[in-house]
Design a protein around this ligand. Structure first.
Ligand code: SIN
Length: 282
């Protein structure tokens, strides 16, 4: 197995491993260590069916239930379809996923440790691949703040609510109804990574709606400032997709954004998505 770090502050590609086969513990240990270190891992040219994808995800922890249930895979409800493909006029999967910088499901009490996307169809035009996914290191963003700033935000707690500002980017009626069933939750503005101990900024403009005990204007200003800082280009890594890439990311260590630079019916994009359970942010 070969682990090739990207030139960015996060991201690595792993070669010489077949995720369709059960992984010996030692090999999995190296993958998990690489995941904690690089936060975004890409395994190229994988041929994994649904049970194999679920089995690989389970090595990292319990596989989660999908909350946007109408986008679930018809046979494997652990898998959500992320896709712009329409059948009989309806989206077969979540077509709007990731339109704003965010970290997955920060609006839940126990957000997922990891998200995996497996690429079945990737859009392209004139040989140029479309639909990149962008990542940014929340740990490096925190480290780069001055000590005084770090101390000022260290004890703050932010309110996360999916039915808030991010919901305005969703289009489907069903999405909106399910989003409004999620109550607001409160998480530290600075999270300690459960595996590396690194401090990570944990607010996004999409889902953080306020800061406990802070006037709303001031809170939104601070959220905007920290969220913009988190996704500063110097902390970023861009994934250019190829069919059969299996990409996974760490929802404490990074935020991500999907570039929706493709359109139906000219382009088709289809991904299988699965999430692995995480810990309560502290
Ligand atoms: C997501 O935000 O989970 C989707 C990312 C992507 O489709 O590129």
């Amino acid at each position: 197995m070969e682990i090739v770090p990207s030139p960015d502050v996060i991201g690595a590609e792993i070669y010489g491993v077949d995720l369709a086969q059960p992984l010996p513990d030692a090999e999995f240990g190296r993958i998990e260590a690489a995941f904690n270190k690089h936060a975004v891992l890409c395994f190229r040219s994988q041929k994994v069916d649904e049970p194999q994808l679920i089995a690989f995800a389970r090595r990292f922890g319990a596989v989660e239930r999908i909350f946007l249930t109408h986008y679930a895979h018809p046979t494997y409800p652990e898998i959500m379809l992320v896709s712009n493909i329409k059948e009989s006029g309806r989206d077969i999967g979540h077509a709007d996923a990731g339109r704003v910088w965010h970290t997955d499901m920060s609006y839940t009490t126990r957000p997922p440790r990891a998200t995996m996307l497996y690429a079945l169809e990737v859009p392209a035009e004139n040989g140029v691949v479309l639909g990149d996914t962008l990542f940014s290191s929340a740990a490096d963003a925190h480290d780069s703040l001055g000590q005084e700033r770090q101390q000022r935000i260290a004890k703050l707690r932010a309110i996360h609510q999916v039915a808030g500002r991010r919901a305005r980017t969703g289009t489907g009626q069903e999405d909106q109804a399910l989003r409004y069933q999620q109550p607001a939750v409160v998480h530290p503005v600075v999270r300690t990574h459960p595996h590396t101990g690194r401090k990570c900024l944990y607010v996004s403009k999409g889902e953080s709606e306020g800061i406990e005990g802070m006037p709303q204007d001031e809170a939104l200003g601070l959220i905007e400032e920290l969220a913009d800082h988190t996704v500063d280009p110097r902390f970023r890594h861009i994934h250019h997709w190829r069919v059969r890439d299996l990409l996974m990311w760490d929802n404490c260590a990074v935020q991500h954004l999907a570039s929706h630079d493709y359109e139906w019916p000219k382009h088709r994009r289809l991904m299988h998505r699965i999430t692995v359970g995480g810990t309560v942010p502290v």
